[in-house]
Design a protein around this ligand. Structure first.
Ligand SMILES: Cc1ncc(COP(=O)(O)O)c(C=O)c1O
Length: 376
């Protein structure tokens, strides 16, 4: 990278949209063609003369959207017949209590891994429904690594993990340590679903807010192995019982129609580019470049154990807080959005979800090189 180059790389042509690089952690970047198609459909959906915002959810038009969205989720995740896909309301946070409500057997325990803010929120909610065993935690090290030595009581109703810890930038790479615990596996995949090829069938329940890799905020996706339902022995309110949503094909009541539609467009895009394998390849390349840049520039310092680094959210700091402020203003000036780290980590967080291009990662790396060149 040529450090002599001027930092200004974002000159706008008059009348053109401002060029930005969106590293937001969620809601976050989606493919441009999704925005274009979604905005056309707000005015006229599929030449029907109707806006997508005014079609009934019981119409054939919407039924087709829901059917295709669920089918594409199954296809892209290569799910078997046992696994069902639901599009539900309430964001991933609703799953923090809906999961134990449906799966935590009366008089049994659920095992939870405490690997970040979202995991700890899930633990808090599960405790409302029964016994919770926190089997490992990295809280005392500010969640900078993933704890791998732990045991799980085989009588547990399930083991809950967060596959990617959005705030701290850690991501589980090897799932065999969970599979060999021989209890149903539940995963919050909000920030890395569909970003890499894993055997999704080995999970009994997966949930994810859509607003990172799947689509617009306002809907979350739940994938469940039907055989793990029926067991909690608890009375569950109609809208919170997964079985009712499965039976109704995610149309138990009015679904978030537009949010589901944006998911469909994003899933079509993912299929078109080559599916999860192609997304994984691109995500590996983006993460490799960014972490390489962090590692070769002494001014920056990664915050988590290298083996646990997330390919979705990279967190790093600088020793000198004044320099951090200066770098952040430079990012702002150059149209780099969402670079500031979470308040509990400080520094910077670069989110690299599926729709983020390599060009955006190159642009931030270029700026990091330029800044380091100025300061050292
Ligand atoms: C891993 C993880 N779980 C859960 C949530 C909460 O999602 P929601 O805001 O949809 O409730 C988030 C939000 O960023 C997240 O990153």
């Amino acid at each position: 990278m040529n450090q002599e180059q001027p930092a200004v790389i974002n000159l706008e042509a008059p009348g053109q949209a401002k060029v930005v690089h969106n590293f937001n952690s969620g809601p976050s970047i989606l493919p441009k063609e999704v925005f274009e198609e979604a905005s056309r459909s707000v005015v006229d959906f599929n030449h029907t003369g109707l806006s997508i915002l005014e079609i009934g959810h019981r119409t054939r038009l919407f039924q087709d959207i829901m059917d295709e969205a669920r089918m594409l989720m199954k296809q892209l995740m290569q799910l078997d017949e046992e696994h069902e896909v639901m599009f539900l309301h309430g964001g991933a946070s609703t799953q923090f209590f809906q999961v134990p409500m449906n799966l935590l057997h009366a008089n049994a325990s659920a095992a939870y891994t405490d690997t970040g803010i979202w995991a700890s929120k899930a633990i808090k909610e599960a405790k409302l429904f029964g016994n919770v065993e926190v089997v490992c935690s990295s809280k005392d090290k500010n969640y900078t690594f993933l704890p791998k030595e732990f045991t799980v009581d085989t009588s547990s109703s399930y083991l809950h993990i967060t596959t990617n810890n959005t705030v701290y930038g850690t991501q589980w790479q090897d799932f065999s340590i969970f599979h060999n615990k021989h209890v149903p596996l539940v995963a919050d995949m909000s920030s890395d679903i569909l970003s890499r090829n894993i055997d999704y069938n080995k999970f009994d329940l997966i949930y994810a807010g859509a607003q990172k890799n799947i689509g617009a905020a306002g809907v979350n996706i739940v994938v469940v192995n039907k055989s793990c339902l029926e067991k909690s022995g608890r009375e569950i309110p109609t809208m919170l019982d997964y079985r009712n949503h499965i039976e109704a094909g995610s149309l138990l009541n009015t679904p978030p129609v537009f949010a589901v539609y944006v998911c469909l467009l994003t899933l079509r895009w993912l299929k078109k580019i080559g599916g999860v394998s192609e997304a994984e390849k691109r995500n590996n390349e983006k993460a490799a470049l960014l972490y390489h840049t962090i590692d070769i520039l002494p001014i920056f310092k990664g915050t988590v154990a290298k083996e646990d680094r997330s390919k979705m959210n990279a967190c790093f700091i600088m020793e000198d807080v004044r320099l951090e402020k200066e770098f952040l203003s430079l990012c702002e000036q150059e149209g780099m959005i969402g670079v500031k780290g979470h308040r509990t980590v400080g520094g910077f967080r670069i989110s690299m979800y599926n729709a983020l291009s390599m060009e955006s990662v190159q642009a931030i790396c270029h700026l990091m090189n330029y800044f380091a060149g100025q300061k050292t």
